[in-house]
Ligand binder design. Structure first.
Ligand SMILES: *[C@@H]1O[C@H](CO)[C@@H](O)[C@H](O)[C@H]1NC(C)=O
Length: 218
């Protein structure tokens, strides 16, 4: 037997979760700079945002007041070479002082699949040196689910019908499709969505569906 449960599905759309630090670059400490702004440790960047020959669109990691020794950028599949060559089309350039920037040369294509993930910049020495300064950034292809959460759960799980919220936050490429289901039950499904022109894909969607009781205790 199944009970009817109202499920509210909320898809919150964000272009970026990265926040900007006002004092950029800071006078001390390792920083991450892109397009003239500094970003917090662990910020997300799409491959298209660093795919340019413009210097300001390189993702720069710097350490004020230091001299580069053996600093490096390490991606999900190993070190990004600085000077020549690339790793899954990501290449590194040495800047002034202690700074190393990564970018994708459009002539080489796009970020390779194995280059999707977390990057770590270490200055002024290599990442294996203890005491080196580390800052991280995630570089991803297309779009990505940044978070998924269940909210507003009823205090009494045995009372029906009940209502709760599934929140999904997407970041990255503006075009996307989204579908949510519980088992074989579709809650919401949209295709050909666009962050700016998303008439057929509202940022917040509501959907009702019958859900098997057993889902609620899993
Ligand atoms: C940034 O985060 C990484 C991993 O979480 C950590 O090892 C590093 O020390 C952090 N760097 C700064 C400057 O907070």
């Amino acid at each position: 037997m199944t009970e009817s449960v109202l499920v509210v599905v909320t898809a919150v759309l964000l272009l970026s979760v990265s926040e900007v630090i006002t004092d950029c670059p800071p006078s001390s400490g390792i920083y991450l700079r892109h397009s003239g702004n500094c970003f917090f440790n662990g910020s997300y960047f799409t491959d298209s945002s660093i795919r340019s020959s413009a210097t300001s669109l390189r993702l720069e990691c710097g350490l004020p007041g230091e001299t580069l020794s053996t600093g490096q950028w390490i991606g999900p599949d190993g070190e990004v070479p600085c000077g020549s060559g690339n790793k899954h089309n990501v290449q590194c350039t040495t800047g002034s002082g202690a700074s190393l920037s990564i970018h994708i040369n459009p002539a080489n294509g796009y970020l390779g699949a194995d280059g999707d993930g977390q990057y770590m910049c270490c200055l002024p020495t290599s990442c294996s040196t203890s005491g080196t300064n580390i800052i991280t950034a995630t570089i991803f292809r297309y779009s990505e689910i940044e978070s998924f959460a269940v909210a507003d759960l009823p205090s009494d799980m045995t009372v029906y019908p009940q209502e709760y919220k599934l929140s999904c936050t997407k970041i990255g490429f503006p075009e996307y499709g989204i579908s949510m289901s519980i088992g074989a039950t579709a809650l919401a499904s949209y295709t050909n969505c666009h962050d700016i022109n998303n008439n057929n894909c509202p940022g917040t969607t509501d959907s009702s569906a019958p859900v098997d009781n057993t889902f609620l205790v899993q």
